[in-house]
Write a protein that binds this ligand. Sequence first.
Ligand SMILES: C[S@@+](CC[C@H](N)C(=O)[O-])C[C@H]1O[C@@H](n2cnc3c(N)ncnc32)[C@H](O)[C@@H]1O
Length: 205
Amino acid sequence: MNRRCIGVELKPELAEHVAEKFSPKELVTDVNIISADSTSQIAKEKIQARLEIMGEEKAQFLVLHPPYDDIIKFSDKKEDLSNCSSPEEFYDMFEKVAQNGYDLLEDGRYAALIIGDEYKDGECKLLSFGCEQRMEKLGFKLKAVIVKDIQGNERAKGKTANLWRYRALNGGFYIFQHEYIFIFQKPEKKVKKLKKVLKNAKLIA
Ligand SMILES: C[S@@+](CC[C@H](N)C(=O)[O-])C[C@H]1O[C@@H](n2cnc3c(N)ncnc32)[C@H](O)[C@@H]1O
């Protein structure tokens, strides 16, 4: 889509694998892949440095697609959000990532959070809404909730629909076929908002 982006991934080998999908030119001009811990200050500083090289002060859009707690374990690293010892620790680490994102996003701009729920120990745990609430706590305003149909995703991962059906029935769950995309806005500063209103009023007049 001809957009410039900065991506952050904890696992260096995965970051390298993604980088291989782009041409050397794109990796200089448009696509920046950083291998770092998204909860950290150093990741924030690396993103800030990349933004500066791109001639920008802040990001125009933020996409968060964290692990869904420990449903899929990505690594044994202690910084890995899929390696937390409790849901509370997961939420706290997620909040640090979201805080970094909030600080790096321009006022008035939008953020998307892609996340599903956890079906574990015979219970449906609303991981998605837990993370959504942490984002509101930081100041993000919820603008939309998109229910994403994930039927077919499991096949792409080499699993069959029957396996999911078996798991759901085995755990006493309804077969789930969705995850969420939450859309947020970082509030605009009052002065900036007023300037915009005045500009629009001038245009109308
Ligand atoms: C659900 S996957 C999303 C992968 C990819 N960003 C995408 O959207 O398709 C979650 C990713 O978060 C990475 N991850 C886990 N903890 C992290 C952290 N502290 N900092 C950066 N990445 C992390 C995992 O290695 C995994 O690749």
